[in-house]
Design a protein around this ligand. Structure first.
Ligand SMILES: [Zn+2]
Length: 247
């Protein structure tokens, strides 16, 4: 199984995870889904540069949807000195996600080292706090912009949200961190140490992967290899990731 995914245990010590944010131009709105990791790692913080390569300057982004408040999804909310990177954006954040991180988050159940938990809490509160004046809280099934509907996808974090984008009869399902590696499509029972509630993570996966399969939707999965787009096909009793052709 692991070999099918090019994972050789003897050489495989870590998974270098891509962070692929999604920018959407509806003609009326320029929307960004998550803002990347900012200064979290040595090779992160390229969101402004990558948007520029698509001909978009940050001031043109009028809407940002935050799938959840992990550091690698909200890190780009602010730049050096805490300056907002998207000064004209309205930020849409799940109501439960906001409430969880902005109160006193209890991460005791998480299988992570204490310094990681403290980093997650501090970063979430700092990066969400920086956008507090421009936030609209979003509920399950809410179409917060025309053709863009939020779906509660709890488990990875308590208020984690996925998205369905509809246009001219076709759909894009944005899974965010519902799955972290293509392996999770085939083995949805294999959860990660950063999944807050494993049981809920697995049931959310089953629900969303069934939607993706039934609707034959194009899928975006934030941590999958670039361009992080593909389809979910049936493979016997299970499912399998089918990457879309590179852009
Ligand atoms: Zn995450």
């Amino acid at each position: 199984m692991l070999l099918e995914y090019h994972i050789q245990l003897k050489q495989w010590t870590s998974w270098v995870s891509p962070y692929t944010c999604l920018a959407i131009d509806t003609g009326r709105h320029r929307i960004l889904i998550d803002t990347g990791a900012g200064s979290l790692g040595p090779d992160t913080g390229h969101i402004v540069h990558t948007l520029a390569s698509a001909g978009i300057v940050p001031a043109e982004i009028d809407s940002v949807f935050i799938t959840h408040a992990h550091a690698d999804h909200v890190g780009g909310n602010t730049g050096i000195g805490g300056v907002p990177v998207f000064p004209n954006a309205r930020f849409y954040v799940g109501r439960d996600e906001w409430a969880f991180w902005m109160s006193t988050p209890d991460l005791r159940a998480l299988h992570a080292e204490e310094f990681v938990k403290q980093m997650l809490i501090a970063t979430a509160q700092r990066k969400l706090g920086a956008i507090e004046g421009n936030v609209e809280l979003v509920d399950d099934e809410q179409e917060f912009l025309h053709g863009i509907r939020a779906l509660a996808a709890p488990g990875h974090t308590p208020g984690h949200m996925a998205l369905v984008l509809s246009s001219n009869g076709s759909q894009l399902l944005c899974l965010a961190d519902t799955v972290l590696h293509p392996l999770h499509i085939e083995m949805p029972e294999w959860y990660a140490s950063v999944d807050f509630d494993p049981e809920q993570t697995i049931s959310t996966r089953h629900r969303l992967l069934a939607i993706a399969t039934n609707e034959k939707a194009l899928v975006h999965a934030y941590h999958f290899p670039f361009p992080a787009l593909g389809y979910i096909a049936l493979k016997g009793e299970r499912r399998q990731w089918q990457p879309a052709q590179p852009l």
